[in-house]
Design a protein around this ligand. Structure first.
Ligand SMILES: Cc1cc2nc3c(=O)[nH]c(=O)nc-3n(C[C@H](O)[C@H](O)[C@H](O)COP(=O)(O)OP(=O)(O)OC[C@H]3O[C@@H](n4cnc5c(N)ncnc54)[C@H](O)[C@@H]3O)c2cc1C
Ligand code: SF4
Ligand code: SF4
Ligand code: SF4
Length: 372
């Protein structure tokens, strides 16, 4: 018998391992089974349980199950222990507007814009800040791509947007065929490692809507942090600043809070552990091991982005971008900088896997408070 969403409730949600990536809901909605929905907190649940046909696919694509991992590793040429590393680079966007708005060097947005302007993609699934918080959306113009630049460390259900795009227009599998002709078919997807994992699983199964994704761009990830005003108080007291004055947040070995006054505050990641979603403590992937290219600020100076190229697709994208839209780090000791960046990323990968192992062990002996 197939494992279904009931098993996800037992094995993933009740264990505190659901990180709300939205993959299960995305699939169930996109194929129009419609049994699942997200609650107000972004947690998946049965919406109309009678619609569940027990296909088992939500279970297979959940990044917290081991199903399909072997297959996706073979598909993208994954190598132990931290995924394939074809190349490492440090770069920034040449376009000043993108660079200024970007989280680190704006390289992700510069690459998306380049792919769009050269006709390689019709759009990209990205996320942007709104009054309601960070929300995912399908950007289909250069301006929308620019609007999406920058990061915010609370949650964005990147996977769900794709399903919404599909379910709005596709009440049946038959209609999906028609829809595909009308809808953008070459989309880039930007997401955290867990979202990239789910996307790859969907691609391995050849299920809609993942067949529209031409490029997977991953972000390094220490966790999802929810900057709740109350919970942030001890940080404000310890580091003597107000969250209301924060203009920008970067994350490297530590958090960097840039204030409107121009002051920058470095806060240790460990000091923010209580603001991290509980499920992220189980996560073993720091560097988006299944992406075409993975990006982060770690290893690069302020205003620059570190990138790890992992697949042939990623390699050709990076070559195009370096030629057209990115400025590579050209400090005299270039090689040394790149090697240092790679070493820092590798240490972060090791540390995250180690921490996840310890957390699983603590969970097994009942020493962990589960945050659903
Ligand atoms: C939750 C989270 C945790 C991170 N943790 C680390 C870390 O520990 N160490 C590190 O070095 N880097 C981390 N990063 C990555 C880093 O913050 C930058 O996103 C990365 O360096 C790319 O910078 P950029 O200037 O090139 O990207 P930009 O040009 O600014 O583009 C960023 C892209 O990411 C998308 N995006 C932003 N937030 C989200 C989100 N929540 N979910 C999905 N997509 C999003 C934007 O829409 C945009 O397309 C994290 C990012 C996120 C979202
Ligand atoms: S129909 Fe399939 S994808 Fe939807 S909840 Fe049931 S088992 Fe999961
Ligand atoms: S981790 Fe993602 S796919 Fe798994 S149950 Fe949670 S939302 Fe669904
Ligand atoms: S740490 Fe990042 S990649 Fe891992 S589950 Fe949390 S948000 Fe997803």
């Amino acid at each position: 018998m197939n494992k279904t969403f009931f098993n996800l409730i037992q094995e993933v949600q009740k264990e505190g391992r659901c990180h709300h990536c939205g993959g299960c809901v995305t699939f169930c909605s996109a194929i129009n089974y419609g049994a699942l929905e997200l609650d107000d907190d972004g947690k998946p649940r049965f919406g109309t349980i009678e619609k569940c046909i027990e296909c088992g696919l939500c279970y297979s694509i959940c990044p917290e199950t081991d199903e399909l991992n072997q297959e996706i590793r073979e598909n993208i040429g994954w190598e132990a222990p931290f995924g394939k590393i074809v190349g490492v680079s440090v770069s920034r966007a040449r376009d000043e507007k993108i660079w200024e708005k970007g989280t680190d060097g704006g390289s992700v947005t510069a690459i998306l814009t380049c792919l769009f302007d050269t006709g390689r993609i019709d759009g990209a699934i990205v996320s942007k800040n709104t009054e309601q918080g960070r929300v995912p959306f399908l950007a289909t113009t250069s301006q929308e791509l620019l609007d999406s630049a920058g990061s915010c460390f609370n949650h964005s259900h990147g996977m769900t947007q794709l399903a919404e795009e599909y379910t709005t227009f596709s009440p049946s599998i038959k209609a999906l065929e028609k829809l595909r002709a009308a809808m953008p078919s070459r989309i880039a997807f930007v997401g955290t490692p867990c979202q990239i994992n789910t996307m790859r699983k969907m691609q391995a199964l050849g299920i809609v809507p993942s067949d529209s994704i031409a490029y997977c761009f991953g972000l390094f990830c220490s966790g999802n942090f929810l900057f709740d005003t109350q919970a942030f108080k001890p940080i404000e007291e310890k580091y003597q600043f107000k969250y209301a004055d924060v203009e920008k947040i970067n994350i490297k070995e530590y958090f960097i809070f840039s204030l409107t006054s121009g002051r920058q505050i470095q806060v240790s990641i460990d000091d923010l552990k209580d603001l991290k979603r509980g499920a992220c403590n189980f996560c073993r992937d720091f560097s988006a091991e299944y992406a075409d290219i993975s990006f982060g600020g770690l290893g690069a100076d302020q205003g620059w982005t570190t990138a790890i190229t992992r697949t042939p697709t990623g390699t050709s994208v990076m070559a195009l971008a370096m030629e057209k839209v990115l400025t590579p780090w050209q400090y005299r000791e270039n090689i040394k900088t790149i090697t240092q960046a790679e070493n820092k990323v590798i240490s972060a990968c090791k540390e995250k896997k180690q921490q996840a192992k310890q957390h699983v062990r603590a969970n097994e002996i009942g020493d962990v408070r589960i945050a659903l």
